[in-house]
Design a protein around this ligand. Structure first.
Ligand SMILES: NC(=O)c1ccc[n+]([C@@H]2O[C@H](COP(=O)([O-])OP(=O)(O)OC[C@H]3O[C@@H](n4cnc5c(N)ncnc54)[C@H](OP(=O)(O)O)[C@@H]3O)[C@@H](O)[C@H]2O)c1
Length: 239
């Protein structure tokens, strides 16, 4: 079964954009619906991907009704046949618990947890109606392990893990697979504004992260990973 009508959130980001490129390279029938906040970067990516773009919508997914609207637009763009979602939208925060403000905590939970719930809620129903679907997202290793100076981010991502495991049980008989990808550090703009630097050559490249997502998207039903941990040697947590 081919999964060729794919909604990508966070498409303007390092992992989202590269995954869109590789999905199309792996299967030329692929059509993508792209969303991200930065309208200019979204336009540039859409120009690059050309006819493979079924639609695009620049928005902040935390605003009221934005997540449901994006899913609705993607379903319409695919004439009702949304096959898969790769939900990459997310933000980081590296700060001690003592220094994390109430506003920062709320922003991280709102962006990483609440929007994941809303995108999953709308898209899982749409895919279940067709009895075909894959929903992949990236809690990262901090959706499973702890790290100092990451309590707000870890809270947002452990919540994603728990929430989607519950949803996986609710949708397991509807032929919709949920895949949780626990990558360690990936070299993307994610790190640009964070108070922690990575050595790009010692972490996972965006190309490798995208390869794993694309292979999983194209895997037969019985081999779709429900959970996959990939940690570079330099970023090992929880061992
Ligand atoms: N990089 C890593 O080391 C790593 C490791 C494990 C897991 N992850 C997770 O993987 C996902 C993708 O990360 P990345 O490395 O590709 O990061 P990135 O390059 O910073 O991209 C993040 C994407 O999320 C979008 N976004 C952020 N806030 C949003 C909002 N409120 N509404 C809509 N879109 C929003 C950004 O849009 P704009 O840029 O247009 O604002 C961008 O497209 C994130 O969930 C991240 O937590 C990353």
């Amino acid at each position: 079964m081919a999964f060729t009508n794919i909604l990508i959130t966070g498409a303007t980001g390092g992992i989202g954009a590269e995954t869109a490129r590789q999905l199309i390279a792996a299967n030329p029938d692929t059509k993508v619906f792209l969303t991200g906040r930065d309208a200019q970067r979204l336009e540039t990516l859409a120009d690059e991907l050309g006819d493979h773009v079924a639609g695009q919508h620049a928005c902040d997914l935390t605003t009221p009704n934005a997540a449901a609207k994006v899913v609705e637009q993607a379903v319409d763009a695919f004439d009702g046949a949304l096959d898969a979602v790769i939900h990459c939208a997310g933000v980081g925060l590296i700060k001690s618990a003592a220094d994390t403000t109430d506003g920062e905590f709320s922003r991280i939970i709102n962006t990483n947890t609440r929007t994941t719930f809303l995108i999953a809620q709308a898209s899982l129903e749409a895919m279940a109606a067709n009895k075909k679907g894959r929903f992949f997202t990236l809690p990262g290793t901090l959706g499973k392990y702890a790290m100092r100076n990451a309590s707000a981010y870890v809270a947002s991502k452990w919540a994603v893990t728990g929430m989607l495991k519950c949803m996986a049980l609710e949708y397991q008989r509807k032929n919709v697979n949920i895949g949780l990808f626990f990558f360690g550090g990936v070299a993307t703009p994610f790190w640009d504004d964070l108070d922690m630097k990575i050595a790009p050559d010692k972490v996972i490249s965006a190309e490798t992260a995208a390869q794993v997502l694309v292979q999983s998207m194209n895997a037969p039903d019985h081999l779709v990973p429900s959970e996959l941990v990939l940690q570079p040697e330099s970023h090992q947590l929880g061992l």
